[in-house]
Write a protein that binds this ligand. Structure first.
Ligand code: KE4
Length: 405
């Protein structure tokens, strides 16, 4: 496989962009080798700058539920762009998009657009803090909610329940209000509530985790989390940036049967463009400026060009509800194929899959949380990634991610 142009471009990119990429995970650091520069994507495939074609199983990390360049999204964009790209003033498509989201996800009574998952989760935490007048919040080890300071925290040493920064530039002050619990471990949550009585504004969770590989929250755990938040008057936030409209029309909350107070959406709702949202109970969302004092804002939030792609994507889902059966059929077929091939070479692995998001961990153990996920053989994953790449199959260039159909 000739990848010389990618290599040349990567050297060029590193002159002007830190690490040559605009988001770290694209740099292939955890699987080794150099990233491929992609020239174009069509349907389920994309082509790199050296003309090599790949089946693309990351789909831009989740947005491309319908593959690259689906006609109905391109048509929507072609129509919208003729009228302009952004006005910094309200447009009708923003109403249609908000209404459609509230229709597809019943827990969302009001919704605000932003431009990245980081902004959505950051704003949701601010809304919860403003609504409860409390400062601390609980996140789960291994869940990723974007790069706002208060999320770049890892569990402190055993004694400490307070988190510690994972990145320079994140202050101790920020870390002090972030409490860390263990996924699928309700006792770790109860312990934090006992130690921080009436101080916890929110619990934020990926209801189906996709950032430590794929891990589904277990039934008693996620339902007990809802009960505890009710008892403690704490806002329960589902970060569905990845799972929203991915695992079901109503997202993870539909298949888990648990209703959060706030939800964040992203990826699919932009149809490949930067459209992200947070929303939920009107009594919380009505505290958001300009109605209330809690202040999220954004120059390009609800941008009509991006919204036209997002609206086309959601509209397509809403009018084709059987796509999830089709996705389930394709995804189970694919997972079976991955598994059979790995069994053939006698490799021990665990395949976690929820609908069209999946991940194989090279460990024999069941993977139910960050601790069991990190027992997987990431070195072998790197080898597997490159072997598959050389056969034209583009998996996630990092073990702790999700593959998407
Ligand atoms: P962004 O700020 O990257 O738009 O969204 C942050 C985010 C929030 N919540 C969840 C559940 C997410 O998965 C993400 C972003 N996901 C990563 C993929 N693991 C984006 C890829 C990247 O960082 O380049």
């Amino acid at each position: 496989m000739n990848i010389s142009t990618s290599e040349k471009l990567f050297e060029e990119a590193k002159k002007f962009i830190p690490g040559g990429v605009n988001s770290p995970v694209r740099a292939f650091n955890s699987v080794g080798g150099n990233p491929l520069f992609i020239k174009e994507g069509q349907g389920s495939k994309f082509i790199d700058v050296d003309g090599n074609e790949y089946i693309d199983y990351i789909g831009s990390w989740g947005p491309h539920l319908f593959g690259h360049n689906p006609t109905f999204i391109i048509e929507a964009l072609n129509k919208a762009i003729k009228k302009g790209t952004s006005f910094g003033a309200p447009t009708e498509i923003e109403i249609k998009m908000a209404e459609l989201i509230t229709k597809m996800v019943p827990s969302v009574e009001k919704v605000r657009m932003v431009n990245s998952g980081t902004e959505a989760t950051m704003s949701a935490i601010r809304a919860a803090r403003g609504f409860t007048n409390r400062e601390k919040f609980i996140k789960f080890e291994g869940c990723y909610h974007g790069h706002a300071d208060h999320f770049l925290i890892k569990a402190g040493s055993g004694a400490l329940t307070l988190g510690v920064p994972t990145s320079p530039g994140v202050t101790k002050g920020n870390a002090a209000d972030t409490l860390m619990a263990q996924y699928n471990n309700i006792d770790s949550v109860k312990e934090l509530f006992a130690k921080n009585k009436n101080e916890i504004a929110a619990v934020i969770i990926e209801p189906i985790a996709g950032n430590m590989g794929v891990i589904k929250s277990e039934d008693p755990f996620i339902k007990e989390l809802r009960t505890i938040c009710d008892e403690e008057n704490t806002v329960l936030i589902f970060d569905e940036v990845m799972t929203g409209f991915r695992v079901a029309k109503g997202g993870a909350q539909e298949i888990l049967g648990v209703t959060p107070d706030l939800t964040t959406f992203g990826k699919i709702i932009g149809g490949g463009l930067p459209v992200v949202a947070f929303g939920g109970k009107a009594e919380i969302m009505n505290k958001i400026s300009p109605v209330g004092p809690i202040y999220p804002a954004g120059t390009l939030s609800g941008n009509p060009l991006a919204m036209s792609a997002g609206f086309a994507a959601l509209n397509h889902i809403n009018s084709n509800p059987d796509i999830y059966n089709l996705l389930e059929e394709k995804s189970s077929y694919l997972a079976k194929g991955f598994s059979e091939n790995l069994q053939k070479v006698g490799k021990n692995f665990t395949m976690n899959r929820v609908g069209s998001m999946m991940c194989m961990f090279f460990t024999e153990e069941k993977v139910t949380d960050f601790a069991t996920a990190t027992k997987s053989n990431t070195e072998f994953y790197g080898k597997y990634f490159h072997k598959m790449l050389s056969r034209g199959v583009y998996l996630a260039p990092a073990q702790f991610e999700a593959l998407f159909v």
